[in-house]
Design a protein around this ligand. Structure first.
Ligand code: UDP
Length: 330
């Protein structure tokens, strides 16, 4: 089948494009390249450069390419920036998604898979977190994702739009081939920063708090490998197009938490030398534990992550950063 991947030139999008191609699907990418990279796409994927804020452009892409389904990744994703520039986030993420929804129902009413986040839950006591946990996002970013989830559900109810929402936990790693990986302009993720520190691109790692109520005092997160996450999108879109599912929301994670110290130890083991680090104060807004209850996606879609070993996960990130210390710039 043919899939329109909106935001397909980004980190998760480009890995999903690759896994869709491997599963035998045709891919058209719609991306404004504001943060994505054309170099992350295979030559067989058609790239339409366009912006979701231009409703006509996405509608034209749907009409011209006649896809069977849409996967929607396009969003601004920085939590801190979303608090400083809320209008940009609401406009880009919410209005952009509304334009996409409207374009879909006015043209082909094909199924939609939406890229959401564990940030919709906010701080919660639930360990692990099931999909029906209360949702109280603490950032504008999380709020925009929750608002979009609700819009999609409303389009389902009113107009029969089939959909799946995937709520990601901590996405990490890179394609094992080492040719595509995380390449954000602003770096904040633990594994990426640790790899860049090991490469000497940064002086040291700061551990944000070692006095949390966790076994080693550092925060626990559920690190899901980007290629496994990409496979979850393939499963989701295939189930929707086959019609075995009409409307569902899934957490995507391993269902297991690793601590910041465990991650840094894994980086040391992979790199072969200790990454310089020091303990710093807690980072505002970091809950002690965020671990997915991932039973639903395993049972209903047959999701079976391949990357469950932390060192193996880190190894893929390391290979990517070692070969591309300045992202896609050589
Ligand atoms: N973290 C850290 N030092 C860093 C970056 C992150 O100690 O330089 C911690 C952070 O406090 C959190 C975990 O690593 O507990 C994962 O953070 P990341 O920013 O990768 O993802 P988040 O969980 O915020 O989505």
């Amino acid at each position: 089948m043919k899939i329109l991947v909106v935001g397909g030139a980004g980190y998760i999008g480009s890995h999903t494009v690759r896994q869709l191609r491997r599963a035998g699907h045709d891919v058209v990418v719609f991306d404004n390249l504001s943060s994505g990279h054309a170099a992350a796409l295979p030559p067989e994927a058609t790239l339409v450069r366009g912006d979701l804020l231009d409703e006509g452009a996405v509608k034209a892409a749907l009409v011209a390419h006649q896809p069977d389904a849409v996967i929607h990744f396009a969003a601004l994703i920085e939590v801190g920036e979303s608090m400083r520039a809320p209008a940009r986030y609401y406009r880009n993420n919410v209005v952009g998604s509304l334009n996409l929804l409207q374009a879909i129902v006015e043209t082909r009413k094909i199924p939609l898979v939406f890229s959401s986040t564990a940030a919709v839950y906010g701080t919660t006591d639930a360990v692990p977190i099931p999909e029906d946990a209360p949702m109280q996002p603490e950032s504008v970013y999380g709020e925009t994702k929750l608002m979009t989830e609700r819009m999609i559900h409303a389009f389902h109810t009113a107009q029969g739009l089939p959909y799946m929402v995937l709520r990601y936990f901590n996405v990490c790693g890179a394609a094992p081939e080492g040719d595509i990986g995380e390449a954000h302009a602003s770096k904040s993720h633990l594994i990426e920063l640790a790899a860049l520190t090991a490469l000497g691109e940064r002086e040291k790692m700061l551990i944000f708090g070692d006095d949390y109520p966790t076994p080693d005092g550092t925060c626990l997160r559920d690190y899901v490998h980007v290629q496994d996450l990409a496979d979850a999108h393939v499963l989701a879109v295939e189930a929707l197009v086959k019609g075995t599912q009409q409307a569902a929301t899934y957490n995507v994670g391993l269902g297991h938490g690793f601590s910041v110290k465990e991650v840094l130890d894994a980086v040391d083991a992979v790199v072969g030398t200790p990454v310089p680090r020091e303990v710093a104060p807690r980072r505002a807004g970091d809950p002690p534990r965020l671990v997915a209850d991932a039973a639903r996606i395993r049972q209903e879609l047959g999701f079976a992550p391949q990357f469950t070993d932390l060192q193996e996960i880190v190894q893929t990130a390391w290979e990517w950063h070692k070969r591309h210390p300045h992202d896609f710039k050589k």
